[in-house]
Design a protein around this ligand. Structure first.
Ligand SMILES: [Fe+2]
Length: 426
């Protein structure tokens, strides 16, 4: 560590560096409600221990920002322990066994973070910040993605504990709107339209290039499907009617004895839902979330509608945002840590509240070029057997979502805050 290596004046890259360090501090703050035991356990192969998230995001900066500058690694074992999926970096600890990494201890991982942060801080004023900008920006965006994963993974871990602990104890959060606005159908003309990220500002390689697609006229629901609406599907025997489900979805329902979204308890008279603030009665006006693609698709069929393609979703959100006709939902700075009822007017919950399943397979846009070097593995190699989700959720860091953002999960995944917006042909 030691003092600053560079002592020049403030350079343009310094504001990026400040943002990186602020993002790093925010990740640590997310762990403040957690005990040491909470940091270590892994509830399923898809989820990672919070301690691993803390270490892996640190390793990302060390491997991709500091190592290229010739700065020695703080931990010689980090490449093996905390590499997620970068074949170009080398062999790594198996993902399903991350919960067995009781060593390094949590205290050692916090030390690791502090040591790497100090080396990053030493870059202030460096004439090399310009060439590091892309890796620093990606490291920052990557850390924000892991902030969201840390919360969804802790939620899953706590849901497996019979005590159903709350990540944050219940508070009397102000209810902006305890009643949801009525569902309206918003019409869009379609045509030959452009989707994909354009202009300045950060975007992942999978959002590029902007390109044209043809879209038939369609309508999009003005808000997300509510828990009350989805409960009607459950009470109507939706999970017992094979004709509502895709074949693969029906097999999934049978194999897992699915009866409701993840974290719902529907056996009693009053349905309950487990949240990051503990178990509580289901509020009918809030969006349903933690549904798989299979559930979203089956619900849409039951409701006489369908899901939107990602192109439909993106042009609807982009065109509604321009005249100010779109309103965003809650992000991770909302103390409820759960999707909230839609407020009235225009396209509600455009970004935030819950990720929205689309009908689109996660695939390369025409002309897609992965990033250079190791970052080529960031997105492109996952473009098979996954479905695109759009919009962001109440656990997404504020500022991380945008209309062109493409999230992706396999169709059975439920542990992200995934919800439903209906669409239909015009
Ligand atoms: Fe990662």
């Amino acid at each position: 560590m030691g003092g600053r290596v560079y002592s020049g004046t403030m350079r343009p890259g310094d504001s990026l560096l400040s943002r990186v360090l602020a993002t790093r501090r925010a990740t640590v703050r997310l762990c403040e409600p957690l005990g040491v035991e909470d940091l270590v356990a892994q509830s399923m192969p898809d989820a990672s221990p919070a301690k691993w998230h803390l270490a892996h995001t640190t390793w990302f900066f060390e491997r991709f920002v500091l190592a290229p500058l010739g700065i020695p690694a703080v931990r010689a074992d980090a490449d093996y322990l905390f590499n997620s999926y970068y074949e170009s970096v080398g062999a790594r600890h198996p993902r399903p066994k991350r919960g067995l990494l009781t060593r390094p201890t949590a205290a050692e991982i916090f030390d690791y973070r502090r040591a790497v942060d100090a080396k990053l801080a030493d870059l202030a004023g460096s004439p090399r910040l310009g060439e590091l900008a892309a890796a620093l920006e990606l490291g920052c965006q990557h850390e924000e993605q892991h902030q969201e994963l840390l919360l969804t993974d802790i939620k899953h871990l706590f849901s497996e504990n019979p005590l159903l602990p709350a990540y944050r104890p219940s508070i009397d959060a102000p209810e902006v709107s305890p009643r949801t606005c009525p569902l309206e159908w918003l019409s869009f003309p379609g045509g030959l339209v452009a989707i994909g990220h354009a202009g300045e500002g950060f975007a992942y390689d999978n959002e590029r290039p902007r390109h044209k697609v043809h879209v038939e006229p369609f309508s999009l629901a003005s808000r997300l499907v509510t828990a009350g609406e989805y409960l009607a599907f459950v009470r109507d025997g939706g999970y017992q009617k094979f004709d509502l489900w895709l074949s693969e979805g029906w097999s999934w329902v049978q194999a897992n004895a699915q009866k409701a979204p993840l974290y719902w308890q529907v056996e009693g008279r009053e349905a309950q839902v487990f949240t990051l603030r503990g178990l509580r009665p289901l509020r009918h006006d809030e969006p349903v979330c933690h549904v798989s693609y299979y559930e979203a698709d089956a619900y849409a069929r039951w409701a006489g509608a369908r899901l939107a393609s990602e192109a439909e979703w993106e042009i609807a959100v982009a065109s509604a945002r321009d005249p100010g006709g779109a309103r965003d939902g809650a992000f991770a700075d909302d103390p409820r840590l759960h999707p909230a009822p839609a407020r009235s007017g225009g396209l509600a919950q455009a970004l935030g509240d819950a990720w929205e399943w689309t009908t689109s397979a996660y695939a390369a846009y025409p002309g897609f070029r992965p990033l250079a070097g190791a970052f080529a593995e960031y997105n492109g190699k996952f473009m098979v057997s996954q479905i695109v989700l759009r919009g962001g959720s109440c656990l997404t860091p504020p500022g991380h979502a945008r209309p062109s953002y493409r999230n992706f999960y396999p169709p059975h995944a439920q542990w992200q805050v995934s919800g439903i917006r209906l669409a239909r042909d015009a």
